[in-house]
Design a protein around this ligand. Structure first.
Ligand SMILES: [Zn+2]
Ligand SMILES: [Zn+2]
Length: 164
């Protein structure tokens, strides 16, 4: 999906679910890591993590877009646009948006984040799987206290169990 297609998709969702046009810019940002989407208060732009689309499909991303549009419309209307505001909660429930903004939605609860890094002991070859990047300078092999090297694994959605 291109940025242009995302833009018209967001405009469509805005009109359909909120009844108000989205007049700013929506684009993908691949630097968003654990965030599904983001609303910028200064520019009123919305950014969406493209990895979400690959991993969870259009249905989940539509919920993220709705979440960001809740921030957007409430903020522009001078209403309670923060997560803790009752107006935000009410609007989010009404349009059935994703409850998550800062973390991955749906299946991507903490438990099921796939292993993305492999630590390999440079002395004994012992391997350790990690879900998040770790600073290998700060850790040693649990078996022999040897130095570790880190390898980034390719995303294996749904196959993380096998990697155990
Ligand atoms: Zn949010
Ligand atoms: Zn070792």
């Amino acid at each position: 999906m291109t940025n242009e297609q995302l833009q018209s998709w967001v405009e469509e969702i805005s009109l359909h679910s909120f009844g108000i046009p989205f007049r700013h810019q929506a684009r993908f940002n691949s630097r968003l890591k654990t965030t599904g989407g983001r609303y910028f208060m200064k520019t009123h732009h919305i950014e969406i993590n493209p990895g979400q689309l690959e991993a969870y499909g259009k249905e989940e991303v539509e919920k993220i877009i709705k979440h960001e549009l809740c921030h957007y419309h409430l903020h522009l209307a001078g209403r309670g646009y923060r997560h803790r505001d009752p107006e935000f909660k009410a609007l989010l429930a009404k349009v059935k948006g994703s409850r998550f903004c800062q973390s991955l939605p749906g299946r991507a609860t903490r438990k099921s984040i796939p292993y993305r890094y492999k630590l390999v002991c440079t002395s004994c070859g012992m391997e350790y799987l990690r879900k998040r990047r770790v600073d290998i300078q700060r850790y040693r092999c649990g078996k022999c206290r040897g130095k570790l090297s880190i390898i980034e694994l390719l995303p294996m959605i749904g196959k993380s169990r096998r990697a155990k």
